[in-house]
Design a protein around this ligand. Structure first.
Ligand code: RIB
Length: 322
């Protein structure tokens, strides 16, 4: 699909994020513990995270208007769940479809090393009980649906099918790649998607599963885009990203230079800002350019949501690198 754009009337959900919400417990360490090793950190920080919630926050800040972004997620009946609800409501995110589940709220244990790289373990809890059938059907009329893989694949597929049937754009962030993902489910997911956003290792995994892996990320992305008839965006850290639509050649998407403190949530920022831009009518290459710059800006502080930029900050950074 080469042309992805459109616009929606104001004061309606334009971006629906269906996905996870976590509390993140973050330790800054000299180096990330290897198997069998214990490492010490001076303290931990408790911040809000979860790929779904992060992407919703990134989209809401990029749109800068309350009520345009809705998050369908599941949290437990506990303090973490209450905190998440308050924080997301303060971002102007519509939580009418937030589900209360009989499991504790998801919690992520994150180590960040001195270069800003991370290792993350997620205790899924309530995220594993998120149900597409519990979302009000009208919500699936959103302009853009955003999915990630911290919630059950079967529910993600149901949400994708519902938004597709209503004529919306489906953006899938294949993160993390489900351990038991098979070729049939991936094909179903890709058939229901317009845009696939992956990092380098996720790109390799997806291309291999489809039997179209290439030697370089660009070749894998081109093969996958052609094979599945989707737009593929591969994020490449400080090198920015590449974008390719079916039958086309991969094009670079530049990042902007920043002092990297923590890369946690940079990919989520890319996805949320990209979805927001699509919902505003930008075509995929222009949306990706905004998203890549926003993802760079999100690396300047510890925490996923902490450094996510506003629309004005993205505009300013884009002006500076022109
Ligand atoms: O992508 C970063 C996120 O992954 C963190 O916020 C953590 O909660 C995990 O879901």
């Amino acid at each position: 699909m080469s042309e992805i754009s459109g616009s929606s009337p104001p004061n309606e959900t334009t971006v629906l994020v269906f996905g996870s919400a976590n509390v993140d417990l973050i330790c800054r360490v000299r180096s990330i513990a290897r198997p069998g090793e214990t490492v010490l950190a001076p303290r931990y920080e408790q911040l809000f995270g979860g790929k779904g919630a992060n992407q919703a926050v990134a989209a809401a800040r990029a749109l800068g208007q309350s009520g345009l972004v809705a998050l369908a997620a599941a949290v437990g009946e506990d303090e973490f769940g209450t905190g998440i609800r308050q924080a997301l409501a303060a971002e102007g995110i519509d939580l009418s479809d937030l589900q209360i589940a009989a499991e504790p709220t998801g919690c992520a244990f994150i180590s960040i090393d001195r270069s800003g790289e991370n290792a993350i373990t997620v205790a899924s809890g309530a995220n594993g009980l998120l149900k597409a059938a519990a979302v009000s059907p009208a919500r699936f009329g959103a302009k853009v649906l955003v999915l990630q893989m911290e919630t059950p694949l079967s529910e993600n597929l149901a949400a994708a099918d519902a938004v597709r049937a209503a004529g919306g754009i489906v953006v899938v962030n294949l993160a993390p790649v489900p351990a038991d993902l098979g070729e049939a489910d991936l094909s179903h997911l890709l058939a229901a998607s317009d845009v696939l956003i992956v990092n380098e290792s996720e790109l390799t995994a997806a291309a291999m599963l489809c039997g179209v892996g290439g030697k370089e990320p660009a070749a894998s992305a081109e093969n996958l885009a052609r094979h599945a008839d989707v737009t593929v965006i591969a994020t490449l850290g400080s090198k920015g990203a590449i974008l390719v639509s079916a039958g086309e050649t991969a094009e670079p998407v530049p990042a902007c230079p920043v002092e990297v403190i923590d890369t946690t949530g940079a990919g989520d920022t890319f996805v949320g800002v990209f979805a927001a831009a699509l919902s505003q009518g930008l075509a995929a290459p222009q949306a990706a350019r905004r998203a890549a710059v926003a993802a760079s800006l999100a690396c300047r502080k510890v925490g996923a949501q902490t450094a996510m930029p506003s629309a004005a900050e993205i505009d300013e950074a884009l002006r500076e690198i022109r």
